[in-house]
Design a protein around this ligand. Structure first.
Ligand code: MLT
Ligand code: MN
Length: 299
């Protein structure tokens, strides 16, 4: 199986357009220790011909341009993108769909919650269901996507999308609001969890034994944005568990057997984004890789 890391940053990208945190400043200055990153999305394929996009970020067009495997390859109009699977309805997961509107046929997979959110917004009528059929995901029931890949979705602790907060919704959302994916080619297990508010025992068991884990790396520590003065929100308030700390991802997953551990959806304020920081060194020492866009994993 091939896994392309199209984008590795959280919503807003790195550097985020309006951010001058120390991390972002390094990126604005072109410091090689802080390469720019687009918003999180991956593409997977077993045969390398048909590809499944996991989440459609606002940077999708640039991501396609940067990854030859996703270029049109035959006839007058073509794209290797045959399926898109959404792990939620966040802006950074769905707005790239609008870049896939020029007549191409593909299948759109999401939970009923996510598909309802999309179809409640008339702008997504630019992707009519006759051309872009919606397939509702049932949690824990495997489904096939193009290119010889099987996907199983599972519920994870999360949050309703930002734009649905306060609309009479419970902040954490109903089951199916935020999901993780187990992606397999029959021989290998890839776990993709770009947003996760808490790591419980069920999730730990699900992740154990994975060949590759791509996991929520939004913040280094829960109060990071408050300490910086960048925002009044904690990571928890945003629906993200942090990398560090006793309840953080590195500690909570330390004892599991996982082939490769990669952080994805990394926020512009997270010091681990920058090469040479003590936070990066700590992540590396804990067995975690902080990727850049365009990396490809072969399993
Ligand atoms: C998040 O991951 O918390 C959201 O993408 C935030 C946002 O919509 O900007
Ligand atoms: Mn996000």
């Amino acid at each position: 199986m091939r896994i392309l890391l199209l984008g590795t940053a959280a919503g807003g990208g790195f550097p985020q357009w309006n951010c001058r945190a120390p991390t972002s400043l390094k990126a604005w200055q072109g410091d090689p220790a802080a390469p720019h990153r687009t918003q999180a999305s991956i593409a997977v394929s077993r045969d390398g011909m048909a590809w499944t996009l996991i989440n459609a970020s606002p940077d999708l067009r640039a991501q396609i341009m940067a990854n030859r495997a996703l270029w049109p390859a035959e006839g007058l109009r073509h794209s290797p993108i045959a399926d898109v699977v959404l792990t939620g309805g966040e802006i950074d997961f769905i707005t790239g769909l609008l870049s896939l509107r020029e007549g191409h046929q593909f299948t759109l997979h999401g939970t009923a919650e996510t598909l309802d959110t999309i179809d409640a917004n008339p702008i997504f009528g630019a992707l009519p269901a006759e051309r872009v059929p919606r397939r509702a995901i049932t949690l824990d029931v495997p489904f096939e996507v193009a290119g010889g890949v099987t996907v199983t979705a599972f519920d994870v602790a999360g949050k309703v999308p930002l734009y649905l907060e306060g609309a009479g919704n419970d902040l954490t959302g109903r089951k199916g609001t935020t999901i993780g994916l187990e992606i397999t080619d029959g021989g290998h297990r890839v776990l993709f969890v770009p947003g996760c508010a808490a790591i419980d025992e069920a999730l730990r068991q699900r992740l154990d034994g994975a060949d590759l884990l791509l996991f929520d790396g939004t913040l280094w520590q829960d109060d990071e944005m408050i300490v910086l003065g960048a925002s009044g929100k904690t990571g928890q308030r945003m629906g993200h568990v942090s990398m560090a700390g006793p309840q953080g991802t590195m500690a909570r997953l330390a004892d599991l057997s996982i082939g490769q551990r990669i952080f994805i959806h990394i926020n512009t304020t997270n010091p681990a984004l920058v090469d040479g920081t003590s936070e990066r060194a700590a992540a590396t020492a804990a067995g975690w890789h902080v990727p850049v866009d365009g990396e490809e994993i072969h399993l």
